[in-house]
Design a binder for this molecule. Structure first.
Ligand code: SF4
Length: 238
């Protein structure tokens, strides 16, 4: 039995009430989403979760866009991971939004992250992607978050309503160990920083390696009183 097949039983009960009954295998979830939301679109930062989801999505028949927001502050390893994925999955349409070179207000100081990381994420991540999504108009997004990534994500459903669009979270119930095993089983091009303790990789000024026993996302905005960039939580969430 593959890891993906082994998730079938565990997925039961993770759907929102208004969407039951639904398939429980992650590939079947994505196929259901493609039938239900033909304009489904996939943003990604190419973390471990995102790489696993991308592989599952291709197996499920997804052939749409994979949208990456280049804030101008990504690690070279992250950009290289994007390029390796684009080479591995030529059937997908990889789109990079160069938000770092063109922050929305044209006046965003390059070191805004030191003074106001919320404003920096808004200018370099949230607003550029929101604008792109308004132009593209998808009714649903395919997303790779999982419940064990952080205490604040512990209740993520597979079908998430609220915000401007429906979010489909096929990996909601996957553990980090299962994601790692799937990536190894399929020889996926995981960001090499991950294996050095960067369990969640964002922009280099706001990311550090995670220490033993810490929350997987503890390395993001450490000491800045911030846990989310605003794409998936908050009043302007996707
Ligand atoms: Fe700015 Fe840091 Fe957010 Fe990147 S993660 S957009 S550098 S505040």
């Amino acid at each position: 039995m593959t890891i993906a097949e082994g998730k079938r039983q565990q997925a039961a009960g993770f759907f929102s009430a208004s969407h039951t009954p639904l398939p429980t295998d992650p590939i079947e979830i994505i196929r259901w989403a493609l039938e239900t939301y033909p304009d489904l679109l996939m943003p990604s930062a190419f973390n471990l979760n995102g790489v696993v989801l991308l592989d599952l999505a291709v197996r499920a028949g997804y052939r749409g866009k994979v949208v990456f927001v280049d804030t101008g502050f990504h690690f070279p390893e992250t950009l290289a991971t994007r390029d390796r994925l684009a080479a591995r999955y030529p059937e997908l349409d990889f789109v990079t939004l160069n938000a770092g070179a063109h922050p929305d207000d044209g006046q965003t100081p390059s070191d805004l992250y030191t003074q106001d990381p919320d404003a920096c994420c808004a200018a370099r991540k949230v607003q550029p992607l929101q604008r792109y999504l308004r132009e593209q108009g998808p009714s649903a997004l395919l997303n790779a978050r999982s419940r064990d990534q952080a205490a604040t994500r512990a209740d993520i459903p597979v079908v998430e309503e609220g915000g401007a669009r429906v979010k489909i979270n096929p990996l909601a119930h996957w553990t980090r160990e299962e994601l790692e095993a799937y990536a190894k089983e399929h020889d996926l091009p995981v960001n090499p920083l991950y294996w050095d303790g960067f369990l969640s990789v964002g922009c280099w000024p706001c990311t550090r390696a995670v220490k033993s026993g810490e929350d997987p996302r503890a390395g993001r905005w450490a000491g800045k009183g911030k846990t989310e960039c605003g794409l998936w939580a908050g009043e302007n969430k996707l």
